[in-house]
Design a binder for this molecule. Structure first.
Ligand code: ATP
Ligand code: MG
Length: 282
């Protein structure tokens, strides 16, 4: 199988397709502002969902509710049918990892160390073994170092392993955040604007990287303003407007939906159409 082609098909499943992550009627109220209103969706196993919508639509707030950073005013979030705790560290342990719209790396640590931090979520050592640097501890440290090296290679950052995160080019910092998220062994990965600030080449590399992540069996939700990127990456697209899911469907359905054309950007139809097809003929 060739690596990371859009034609990649999901492995045959025996029963009904399993829902990994589910939001049911999620509402988030900040004082007088309702940032999310009754948002529901399910992320199937092996699926890539795109989340688009104007600035302030509630996209990041939805990620914050899905990862336990915010406790929704009402509604529920579950993984494989089990309610997720409202505690980001424990949500990560359950297998939901994320990256942030504003990169949150440890700037004075190396790329390798940043990934190791993610890995520590999965390292289970008794305090005594850690203290004594016993065989279990050494084995676990060796395993973490190996995984870190493999992950840096997977995202194409081997050459920056010993470089401080703050010295990495912007696009590579975004990739490093993805590597750190992957180090937690997620079954679901949430990416908040992974191509912001990237040039066309870096954006394409990120698209291919996300396909490769899906091939690892990880389901993905991606927030992006770049609609060409979303429409050529995702199986399904959700359009969030003023905290509500306005339209949901395949990229073709969403692109052709008059409600999206009318309401999504609030711009004249020709302009919206141009934006939705932006760059397609490059
Ligand atoms: N902690 C908070 N307290 C108060 N208001 C908030 C908080 N977080 C988000 N909001 C508000 O909720 C709304 C949705 O914001 P959010 O960041 O989720 O939008 P977004 O769709 O991610 O936008 P963008 O595309 O600009 O990143 C905005 O009006 C924002 O000001
Ligand atoms: Mg946002």
């Amino acid at each position: 199988m060739t690596r990371s082609t859009p034609e990649w098909t999901r492995p045959q499943q025996t029963g009904a397709e399993q829902t990994m992550l589910r939001a049911a009627g999620v509402t988030m109220q900040f004082g007088g502002l309702r940032a999310l209103n009754d948002v529901s969706f399910g992320l199937a196993e092996g699926e890539i969902i795109g989340l688009i919508g104007p600035n302030g639509a509630g996209k990041t707030t939805l990620f914050n509710c899905l990862t336990g950073l915010y406790a929704p005013t009402s509604g529920a979030v579950s993984l494989r049918g089990k309610a997720l705790p409202q505690d980001p560290a424990r949500v990560t342990e359950h297998g939901v990892a994320r990256t942030f719209q504003n990169i949150r790396l440890f700037p004075s640590m190396t790329a390798q160390e940043n990934v190791l931090v993610g890995r520590h979520v999965r390292m289970r050592q008794s305090p005594l073994s850690s203290l004594l640097h016993g065989p279990g501890f050494r084995r676990s440290e060796a395993e973490a170092a190996e995984r870190t090296e493999a992950l840096l290679s997977f995202v194409g950052l081997t050459r920056f392993a010993d470089e401080l995160a703050r010295n990495l080019p912007y696009g590579d910092q975004r990739r490093l955040e993805i590597a750190r998220a992957l180090a937690t062994d997620p079954s679901v990965l949430l990416l908040d604007e992974p191509t912001a600030g990237m040039n066309a080449q870096e954006t394409e590399a990120t698209r291919q990287l996300i396909f490769a992540i899906r091939q690892l069996g990880i389901s993905v939700v991606v927030i992006e303003h770049d609609t060409k990127f979303i429409f050529t990456l995702c199986d399904r697209v959700l359009v969030l407007v003023q905290g509500e899911v306005l339209v949901e469907g395949s990229p073709d359905e969403v692109r052709g939906d008059p409600r999206v054309v009318e309401a999504y950007l609030g711009a004249p139809p020709e302009e919206v159409e141009a934006q939705l097809h932006r760059g397609e003929h490059q």
